[in-house]
Design a protein around this ligand. Sequence first.
Ligand code: KG4
Ligand code: ZN
Length: 357
Amino acid sequence: MIRILAIETSCDETAAAVVEDGRRILSNVVASQVDLHAEYGGVFPEIASRAHIEAIVPVIDQAMKEAHMGYDDLDAVAVTYGPGLAGSLLVGVNAAKGIALGRDLPLVGVNHLEAHIYAHWLDVAGDDAATPPLTSPPQAGGTGGGQKLEFPLLALLVSGGHTELILMRGHGDYEYLGGTLDDAAGEAFDKVGRLLELPYPGGPAIQEAAQGGNPTAVDFPRAWLEDSYDFSFSGLKTAVLREVQKYSTLPQGRPLADIAASFQAAVVDVLSQKTAQAAEEFGATAVLLSGGVSANTALRETTTERIRERAGVPVYYPPLYLCTDNAAMIGACAHRHFVAGERTGWDLDVVPGLRLV
Ligand code: KG4
Ligand code: ZN
């Protein structure tokens, strides 16, 4: 059995987890800073970094305690080294180095984007048997440890900083099919959330505001960018601003629900359509929705529907707590590198602009 202590501090969650054999989550602690950043309507880097410094030791202690682990029971320490905010990443990387050096354990540096995809290889809490999520309710989705996954897989990676379609031909073998030319999908949700004066982060707030709204009430633009798997969401954001400006005061009630639902539908429409097209074109055996925005119910449902129509392959999405930032996914990803014999040197530095491919 291989047990890895994994640490994640790339943005505004301080997280630590102990993961066994890349699948079993022995503990998964996440300290969110959302309340600290709420008044700024976004992540304030200086505050994030300071909050990580305060939280990192207690979060790691708790992860070890909940896993009933001593440091001698560990095989490696893994940490996110990019992409993300430099000052935030530094806190995790230095904590990981300190523990690894002090306890004579190997260090494994992890790419946060790759880890979002590897969330699909984790056993879902309380449900070790794989559940085919095609027909299950969104919260119960997941691949149940990735046991049934066969390559090539198509990953739609949608987070606060990234929107990419990635073809995965094997472990560590990625092909970039396309990505956003401007705002990431999560960023669009967050910015529109601010326009609508909804609480930060905008994604979950817009999903909630959209409930009961009519997704066809406002015909927001879709940037199809024909013949490419690229995306663009900045025009959509401007269109929402224009719509909001038609009102003398901020829309509330029905108009707000309609705008939120129409905006969400526009984002989901393009994401799901291009994902279905890529799944078909590249013969993917399954689609992996990954990253914070894959928590979105409309995205999950619409993508599942479209893929069923076009490619007829399953669409998987991790349970909510594994969609947004967490350290269990870092442990799952580190496991693959660890068993392949990869070790990271003590000169590991943060790479804020790190890419997957
Ligand atoms: O993966 P993540 O936790 O952090 C990054 O690596 O960026 O993703 C955070 C993003 C935020 O932009 C947030 O608004 C979005 O994921 N998000 C959602 C939902 N839950 C989180 N977007 C749409 N619908 C949701 N339910
Ligand atoms: Zn993330």
